[in-house]
Design a protein around this ligand. Structure first.
Ligand SMILES: C[S@@+](CC[C@H](N)C(=O)[O-])C[C@H]1O[C@@H](n2cnc3c(N)ncnc32)[C@H](O)[C@@H]1O
Length: 221
């Protein structure tokens, strides 16, 4: 999809129409396959899951937003780190994924997770959600309307709250061709888009081979 240059791209026009079809159309019987796919050891972020979660610097009592929770790869660990005084918002646009995570969390007896169905253009969290840490792992390239969506995430952040974005490096000649086709933008463009939404880039962490890790802050003024 080309940018028509009229300001609608990523705001009212999707930057990648159809990229979420398989998530939005998933049914209960598909969830076993999805869990194998998203929680299999072939994913670098699964292999490094504990290191990634540790990097977030979560403390008891924090409010953390797992934006694009998928099958719940991270939700349980996030829940344990913020503890009974904290809260996890497990957020997704795909109802069946959210139902699946809800089932897993309920079965584990954790009670500090709130399940939230987001819209494609609006995360829909209340402005007083007070998110201390937002976490997007392999999700940003699925956000179809980043120009509309990311400011709404900002509005749900507490001042000085942190956003972590982990997504695929996109390097011609190095990155797997399937990833090059699937992922529309590389680290530089993603940084430009997220800073245009009002976040400030604070740090890039060199931990993974296939994915970059960016830390942004939502400024206090
Ligand atoms: C590749 S999966 C990653 C799931 C999980 N973060 C992980 O790493 O296992 C992408 C997820 O993002 C969700 N998603 C896509 N666009 C979204 C949006 N705007 N807000 C929240 N979730 C979204 C999809 O439905 C899907 O569950």
């Amino acid at each position: 999809m080309e940018d028509p240059g009229d300001g609608s791209f990523g705001v009212s026009t999707s930057v990648r129409p159809g990229i979420n079809e398989s998530y939005l159309g998933a049914t209960e019987k598909d969830m076993g396959d999805w869990e194998e796919r998203l929680e299999g050891e072939s994913r670098e972020v699964v292999q490094s899951r504990s290191a990634l979660v540790a990097l977030l610097g979560l403390e008891g009592g924090d409010v953390v937003a797992d934006v694009g929770a998928g099958t719940g790869l991270f939700a349980g660990q996030l829940s344990d780190l913020v503890g009974a005084a904290g809260r996890v918002y497990a957020i997704d646009i795909a109802p069946q994924f959210l139902a699946h995570v809800r089932g897993k969390i309920a079965a584990s007896g954790r009670s500090n997770v709130v399940f939230h169905l987001a819209g494609a253009k609006h995360i829909g969290l209340p402005p007083d959600a007070g998110v201390d840490v937002a976490f997007m792992c392999n999700v940003y390239h699925h956000v179809e309307y980043p120009g509309a969506y990311m400011p709404t995430l900002g509005a749900a952040m507490r001042p000085d709250g942190v956003l972590w974005v982990i997504d695929f490096k996109r390097i011609e000649g190095v990155t797997d061709p399937g990833i090059l086709r699937h992922v529309r933008a590389g680290q530089e463009q993603v940084t430009e888009e997220i800073t245009a939404a009002g976040f400030v880039l604070e740090e890039s962490v060199d931990l993974l081979e296939e994915n970059y890790i960016l830390k942004f802050r939502w400024p206090s003024t």
